[in-house]
Design a protein. Structure first.
Length: 182
């Protein structure tokens, strides 16, 4: 059974957050959440939000500031009058779903929350692109939401980006306007 956006609660990781029930087969993501996320947040290097369902952490995502090289994006996504070598961006540094809750739209709903945050931030600071260095097995997930593969490739991740403003045809765009104040 899918879990809807309205059934999730999102909260910023804090000292009292109970992470004891979170399970993730990816040890790097699990260790980041349980060992590094809070200290990174306290140093103002990242912000981690927890997705909570029935008082259980079912996922998390971490956001950071970023930039993307102009030569890494498709010509159709660039502003041809832009004089700088990089565009400002917001990066999804981590995104993980509890193993037991995979396939129940937790990841989709967390990405929707990220898109909402991105829209809000871009009203206050220059932020043209959203980026992610996706694990190869997760690239298809991001592509479903309009992310494109950047021109620069690494061996262990797939650099991807999404241009703003989002197209009306992009999946999730209508949901963004519906949940903008969520």
């Amino acid at each position: 059974m899918d879990i809807s956006f309205e059934d999730l609660k999102f909260e910023i990781l804090h000292d009292g957050s109970d992470l004891s029930s979170f399970l993730c087969e990816d040890s790097d993501l699990y260790e980041f959440l349980t060992e590094d996320a809070l200290s990174s947040q306290k140093k103002k290097l990242s912000v981690t939000r927890l997705a909570i369902y029935n008082d259980e952490v079912v996922g998390f995502f971490t956001l950071v500031n970023d930039c993307i090289e102009t030569k890494a994006i498709a010509a159709s996504d660039s502003d041809h009058g832009y004089p700088y070598a990089r565009y400002p961006a917001m990066k999804i540094a981590r995104l993980a779903t509890h193993d037991t809750y995979r396939g129940r739209d937790i990841g989709t709903n967390m990405l929707l929350k990220v898109l909402i945050i991105f829209c809000r931030i871009s009203e206050y600071v220059g932020c043209r692109f959203m980026t992610v260095d996706s694990k190869p097995e997760a690239a298809g997930f991001y592509q479903k939401f309009g992310f494109k593969i950047a021109q620069r490739h690494y061996t262990d991740t797939v650099p991807m980006y999404k241009n703003y403003p989002f197209e009306d045809t992009d999946p999730g765009t209508r949901q963004i306007s519906e949940f903008r104040d969520a």
